[in-house]
Design a protein around this ligand. Structure first.
Ligand code: HEC
Length: 119
């Protein structure tokens, strides 16, 4: 009885882990050719973590101030590349909190920001 109860709990945890993992695998499939990340997942990350300081989408949520560059403007800068964004996001900045982005999250955000380029 006790052993079965423990086993049952394990199965429950196992299935929950799978249910969480499957969408993550889906999100890792590249949607944009420019960067290995998923631009749509990056947009959601940006709205959650970056919109408090950045205008993350043209006309979208986020502060309309000049203090922080909006992401469309970042994308439009000739100096912006997947590499420059990666370096920026993985380096601590005095004015930006260290968000401890994982590698896939960084890829998704880069993919999203670059997707704003040219429209
Ligand atoms: C607490 C406010 C704050 C948050 C949250 C924040 N940023 Fe920033 N960010 C700034 C400020 C201020 C600057 C401009 C100063 C600088 O370059 O460090 C900046 C600059 C940037 C730049 C550089 C633009 C350039 O000129 O090259 C990028 C890219 C960027 N942020 C991306 C992000 C992303 C992606 C997120 C979310 C994961 C994020 N930021 C969250 C405040 C923030």
């Amino acid at each position: 009885m006790t052993a079965y109860g423990i086993l049952g709990a394990d199965i429950g945890r196992c299935c929950h882990a799978i249910a969480v993992l499957i969408p993550m695998i889906g999100a890792a499939v590249p949607a944009a050719a420019q960067a290995p990340g998923d631009a749509e997942a990056g947009r959601r990350l940006a709205e959650t973590w970056c919109a408090s300081c950045h205008m993350v989408a043209p006309g979208g949520r986020g502060p309309a101030t000049d203090a922080t560059p909006d992401f469309a403007a970042v994308a439009a800068m000739p100096s912006t590349t997947a590499m420059s964004l990666r370096v920026f996001l993985q380096t601590p900045h005095s004015q930006m909190p260290d968000l401890h982005l994982s590698r896939p999250q960084t890829d998704d955000l880069i993919s999203y920001i670059l997707s704003l380029r040219g429209g």
